[in-house]
Ligand binder design. Structure first.
Ligand SMILES: [Zn+2]
Length: 356
């Protein structure tokens, strides 16, 4: 079941976790939401108290994408887990709304305009630099004007694709940039609050766990309702076959770095793997497809324009917000039903895969 806003989603998550006797934690984020209510990352732990193996399901790293991830977490807590006997030594760690500000305001990025999946830099990487083409395209990607209904974004982008080459654009647009704080795909200039919370608590939540499977739930990439796994690993030759054998769903794709649409830095997955160096840590970004890439990009761009250059009572502001919401949580009840069912099935397959 999809929630109508972040607060309803968080409330449902907490209540469902409590009724399963999960250990529940709340980690506040210092930023006010639209109703000046508190925002938080909430964490529920279920199963073994001293697990050998932990399945992590995290949601909402990209704010507005949290509607889907939260609905899958809620269905896991209310439908799957009550009927399932967890294997001995296995625990589930559910992390709700890694970017609660973006979820609450229907933004992809956080309270500092940071795209969190570009913020988790590894030791030695610096919060500086942008692809050269991004700097050249900045006026086009991030116009300093309110969004307009008639915008030839897609046509212009195709023209740039002809000019620069599609491969170059794919390596430019979504990979992350660290120089344009009001721009899209901005990775920040320091570790974001969510990263600090994970750095302090993930080792405690995982305890002596030796094996981790982390599925980070997203939307907006791939075909309508279809799940795509983007597997991040230092040793893809070992992990890709395991993912391919463990997970099955209609149309499901498992892609390694090579097959991915783009390679970005600051991904949460490799950062978690580096933090938990002693663990055998398998990580995948799980994307549920909505619309094709260009309309999704168009929505991300329009919402960013609205956030910076429009007023919140203007019709174009509302329109841009609704574009981004529809791009990540389509109103279609068939889409919603399908992704939640797929998400629960994948969680069941993950638990079965960890048992082996
Ligand atoms: Zn995402």
């Amino acid at each position: 079941m999809f929630s109508s806003d972040y607060w309803q989603a968080r409330d449902r998550f907490r209540k469902a976790a409590q009724s399963l006797n999960c250990v529940l934690e709340t980690h506040p984020i210092q930023a006010l939401g639209p109703q000046e209510q508190s925002l938080s990352i909430d964490v529920a732990r279920y199963g073994s108290k001293s697990p050998q193996t932990t399945l992590i399901l995290s949601s909402g790293l990209h704010g507005v994408e949290g509607y889907c991830g939260s609905a899958i977490q809620w269905a896991t807590l209310t439908e799957l887990l009550p009927k399932l006997k967890l294997p001995k030594g296995v625990a589930l760690l559910l992390i709700h709304a890694l970017n609660p500000y973006g979820f609450a305001w229907n933004r992809r990025c956080n309270e500092d305009n940071i795209d969190l999946n570009r913020n988790f830099l590894l030791p030695g990487q610096s919060f500086q630099g942008s692809p050269a083409t991004y700097a050249r395209l900045d006026p086009f990607l991030n116009p300093r004007t309110p969004p307009t209904y008639r915008d030839s974004f897609i046509l212009k982008l195709l023209a740039y694709a002809i000019c620069y080459g599609m491969a170059s654009l794919k390596q430019t647009l979504p990979v992350g940039q660290y120089d344009f704080p009001q721009g899209i795909f901005f990775g920040g200039q320091a570790p974001a609050q969510a990263q600090q919370i994970l750095a302090a608590h993930l080792p405690i939540w995982l305890g002596k766990t030796q094996r981790v499977l982390h599925l980070d739930l997203h939307t907006g990439l791939g075909r309508w309702t279809t799940p795509t796994f983007l597997v991040k690993s230092q040793t893809p030759q070992d992990t890709l076959p395991w993912f391919q054998q463990t997970f099955t769903a209609k149309g499901l794709k498992v892609l390694g770095q090579q097959g991915a649409t783009y390679v970005s830095r600051g991904d949460i997955g490799p950062w978690c793997q580096a933090l938990m160096g002693e663990c055998n840590y398998h990580f995948a970004t799980v994307e549920f497809g909505t619309y094709p890439l260009l309309p999704v990009l168009k929505a991300i761009r329009a919402e960013n324009q609205a956030h910076w250059w429009d007023t919140s009572d203007s019709p174009t502001y509302e329109w841009a917000k609704s574009l981004l919401l529809e791009a990540n949580a389509p109103a279609s009840s068939a889409w919603r039903k399908a992704v939640v069912a797929q998400g629960v099935t994948l969680t069941r397959q993950a638990i079965a895969g960890l048992e082996q």
